[in-house]
Every structure is written in C-alpha cells, then in structure tokens.
Design a protein around this ligand. Structure first.
Ligand SMILES: Cc1ncc(COP(=O)(O)O)c(C=O)c1O
Length: 361
C-alpha cells in the first residue's frame, strides 16, 4: 500500500523550467529573480516592501535587529511555537519572554501577555500558530498602550487573514518562511514584509554586509550575509503562481477532514474560519497521540506530534505556568497535510483513525 507521509513538498515541471531559465541566464546569486519573488510576496499580502533572506529564522532576526532590539531587551512570544521563534530573539541578542496561549487558537493569551510586560519589553512577536490568527486587535491595543513594536511571526501563515487583512501586515514587520513543508517553498527561505522604506533599507543593509545597495562598496553600518539566491527565487516564482489554487485546496482538505472526523468523539479539532485561515497542517487533539501515531504508522500513514512547549526545552527550561501550551504539546497530532493528497487519500487516513478508536472500545 502506498505510504502517505505527514508532509512532502510539491515541486514540478514549472519549477524545473524556471530553474533552467535561471541557470541559462548565467546569474544565480541574489538579483532580478529575487526582487521579482520579493515583490510577488509583498503584493500578495498587501505590503509595500518584501525582502528575502536565507530562511525564516534569519528573517525574524533581521526584523528585530532593524528595530534596534538587542541586548537588555525583552520580546514577548508564545510558549507554543516552533523553536525558531525564541531562537531568533536570542540570535538578535534579546531575551524571549514566554507566554501561555489560548486554547481555541493556540496563539498568545493577551491576559497573560499583560502579566509579562516589563520595562525591558520592546516588542511582541505573535505567532499565527498553524495559520490561525492571534487576536490582532488586542495586540495592537497593547502595543499602542505600552509602546511596543509588533513583529509578526507569520512563518506558517501565507494565505491567511485576520478580519480580511493578511497576517504579517499588522505590525512594523511581518515574517514568512518558505522551508519545505510550507504552503509554497523555496527549499529554504524567508521573506520580511513592511510598509516602511526606512525599515526596508535597514533590513537590506543587515542582510547585505552593511551595504547601502549591491552596486556600492560603501559599508557605513555593520551587516552580515543573510542573502537569498536567484536559484531559490526561481523556484519561489513558480510556486507563487500556484498559491491561489493551493490555498483553495488546503482549506478544502481541512474541511474534508472535519467532515470525516466529525463523529469521532475522541477527537477535538479547533474552531477554524476557513474563509480567513488556510491551515498549514491538519491538527487534531486526542488523549494519547503517541498510540494513534504508532497505529497509523503501521498502516503506512505518517503523522507528526506537536512541538514541545518551549519552556520544556533544555535551553529555555523554566518554571511551569503554561498549562495550555503544555496541554497542546501533549495532545496535539498533525495528520497528513501534503498538498497533493487526494480526497481518497484523506478518506483512507480518516478511516484508519476511526478503526483505531473502534478497536480501543
Ligand atoms: C512559527 C515558525 N517560526 C519560524 C520558523 C522558522 O522558519 P525557517 O525554518 O524558514 O527558518 C518556522 C518554521 O517552520 C515556524 O514554523
């Protein structure tokens, strides 16, 4: 029987054609194709500027650096996220402050945020966990009241909105990832978006050795090499052209799972507004995800357990106080979510899930 993996990238003939054209052009380092890809992403989300970096961890770091956030500064982030979020804060030299999440969207709990704001807090970095939106109205209110920057970690949220506005466009800077499991991929890659020319230029210098632009050898600030390449951009351009279709299918896939699993009382799925959210992965919550994972694996179906809560990881180990992120990490399971899954594939997965729970009774 064909194995269904939890996630696989989807690249094909269009990407091959773009890559060949890029190689034939004789120019593979960051240039015109990168600018085109950046513009495609910025236009799609509705931002003035987009800037590509080598991955979504670095793009978050560049955003913090451009805002002058570093030593002695604190950045508020959710305790349930991919470890890249706190790592990026540390890479910028600042301290991530962990905050528990809400059960209905797995995003920052704003009451808990209020308890963690200190004199050192400079920014809030909300994460759209699995592309569901955080309470952006509330986050904007807090940012105004306490004079905090908003840097959105929208790594998983291309194609997702809050009240009709694309995620990643609320704060000073938003960041997207294009690693292989994302809705579109460039192999590795990240893009920051902003409406500020000043921040765009600052981020450009940070990623390009401190140069004002690539035509000069003037380095009047310190910068590094966090650049992209036209090879990645070639893949990204082909992928962007398929984005609308992919959004539609991702949403439909989630709906099929919802319908198929609706009557399985052992499974909880989160409320998800599919007019706004394009779930990145299909997430379910069960008593014992490990057992279900093993069973599905024996049926040639791959799944992935949720991220560990950040506070439980060795480098971030702290005291407790994160009941919801602890719950999510203990009970969450990601089901097969590759874009090329067919309705039949999804039905097969759901049938096996039902078999698992029938056997347990
Ligand atoms: C929420 C979140 N933030 C940041 C990242 C980091 O992105 P990258 O893998 O491109 O460095 C990821 C990657 O999956 C992510 O899911």
């Amino acid at each position: 029987m064909k194995r269904i993996n939890q996630m696989e990238p989807w690249v094909g003939e269009e990407e091959k054609r773009e890559l060949i054209a890029c190689i034939d052009s004789g120019w593979i380092t960051e240039a015109e194709r990168t600018y085109k890809f950046e513009k495609m992403v910025a236009d799609f989300v509705g931002s003035r500027y987009g800037l590509a970096a080598n991955n979504g961890t670095v793009s978050l770091t560049i955003a913090l650096m451009a805002l002058g956030i570093g030593r002695d500064d604190e950045v508020i982030i959710p305790d349930m996220t991919m470890v890249a979020t706190p790592n990026a804060v540390l890479l910028a030299g600042a301290t991530p402050i962990l905050v528990d999440i809400k059960r209905d969207n797995l995003c920052l709990d704003l009451e808990e945020v209020m308890k963690k704001i200190s004199k050192k807090t400079k920014a809030i970095m909300p994460v759209a966990m699995n592309a569901r939106p955080p309470d952006m109205d509330g986050i904007e209110r807090i940012s105004r009241e306490y004079n905090l920057f908003i840097v959105e970690d929208s790594a998983q949220a291309l194609g997702s909105y809050y009240k009709g506005k694309h995620l990643g466009t609320f704060g000073e800077i938003g960041s997207f990832s294009f690693s292989t499991p994302k809705i579109i991929t460039t192999g590795q890659g990240g893009v920051v978006v902003t409406d500020s020319k000043r921040l765009r230029d600052k981020m450009y210098r940070i990623k390009d050795f401190g140069r004002i632009d690539r035509k000069t050898q003037k380095h009047d600030t310190i910068g590094w090499n966090f650049k992209f390449s036209d090879i990645q951009a070639a893949v990204g351009i082909a992928q962007m052209k398929k984005l609308e279709k992919r959004i539609k299918w991702k949403r439909k896939m989630y709906r099929i799972y919802q319908e198929e699993l609706r009557d399985v009382e052992e499974i909880k799925m989160l409320p998800t507004d599919l007019t706004q959210t394009t779930p990145w992965f299909v997430d379910i919550f069960v008593d014992n995800p490990k057992m279900l994972k093993e069973y599905l694996n024996s049926k040639q179906i791959g799944t992935r357990e949720f991220y560990p809560a950040i506070h439980s990881l060795k480098p971030y180990r702290g005291r407790g106080g994160f009941p919801v992120s602890t719950w999510a990490s203990k009970h969450g399971l990601w089901l097969p979510s590759s874009l090329f899954l067919t309705k039949r594939d999804i039905k097969r997965v759901c049938k096996e899930i039902k078999n698992f729970f029938k056997k347990k009774k």
